[in-house]
Design a protein around this ligand. Structure first.
Ligand SMILES: Cc1cc2nc3c(=O)[nH]c(=O)nc-3n(C[C@H](O)[C@H](O)[C@H](O)COP(=O)(O)O)c2cc1C
Length: 202
């Protein structure tokens, strides 16, 4: 049976400087390229820059985890439902203090809901419930990231937990070093993103 459901891209936007953010500019480049090559898709924008999701407290986590399968449309489960149903997840976040802004960690806690994005078999084995096969992470950094891409390492582990088997990371680094050719670095990153989007869509 043919499904008429459009492909869903979830854009998790932790580009805290909003319109000034170079990370956001690169995310837009990816989304523009991807949607141009694949017009049959819809982008859902989960904007974390206003920090509208509260820090998940113990009582909130308890309340959320007590929701039954009949309450799947409860607002507390919305971030997890979006993540579970997306065909592709794009995460955009600047490199802050070796990882990413706290708003993204808060989001990931909301998106990690048992029975929605992950679960356990009867034998106690953890299984991922997300539909997406790919998670793309775009970040920019003031200096070099080197092997301390801790935000990406965490996202890779999170993706694995929720059943997303392929992760990709695109970076633009050294942007805040005095004398840096910022435009040159960003142009190169844009070109890489264009190339990546082409290969990615196939
Ligand atoms: C709160 C904060 C923490 C940062 N931490 C780091 C860091 O640990 N390493 C680094 O290379 N750059 C760091 N930077 C610089 C940013 O990574 C860099 O300016 C980045 O390009 C910002 O992205 P944006 O233009 O999307 O906001 C930090 C910037 C801020 C505001």
């Amino acid at each position: 049976m043919r499904s008429d459901r459009m492909e869903q891209i979830l854009f998790v936007d932790a580009c805290m400087r909003g319109e000034l953010s170079r990370t956001k500019m690169l995310c837009r480049e990816f989304l523009d390229q991807y949607t141009a090559l694949n017009p049959q898709c819809q982008v859902l924008h989960r904007d974390l820059t206003t920090a509208s999701l509260p820090v998940l407290t113990g009582p909130m986590a308890q309340e959320r985890d007590a929701l039954t399968s009949h309450e799947k449309d409860h607002p507390m489960l919305q971030p997890a439902l979006e993540a579970a149903q997306a065909d592709l997840i794009l995460v955009g976040a600047p490199y802050w203090d070796l990882t990413f802004p706290a708003a993204l960690k808060v989001y990931l806690e909301w998106a990690s809901a048992i029975g929605v994005t992950f679960g356990y078999t009867k034998e106690g084995q953890q299984v991922g419930l997300c539909k997406a096969r790919h998670l793309v992470f775009i970040t920019t950094a003031g200096g070099p990231i080197g092997n301390l891409n801790l935000g990406y390492d965490y996202l890779k582990a999170w993706a694995n937990m929720v059943g997303i088997s392929n992760t990709h990371c695109l970076t633009a680094e050294n942007l805040d070093i005095r004398g840096a050719d910022v435009e040159g670095i960003l142009t190169q990153a844009r070109q890489q993103i264009d190339q990546f989007a082409k290969e990615f869509v196939g």
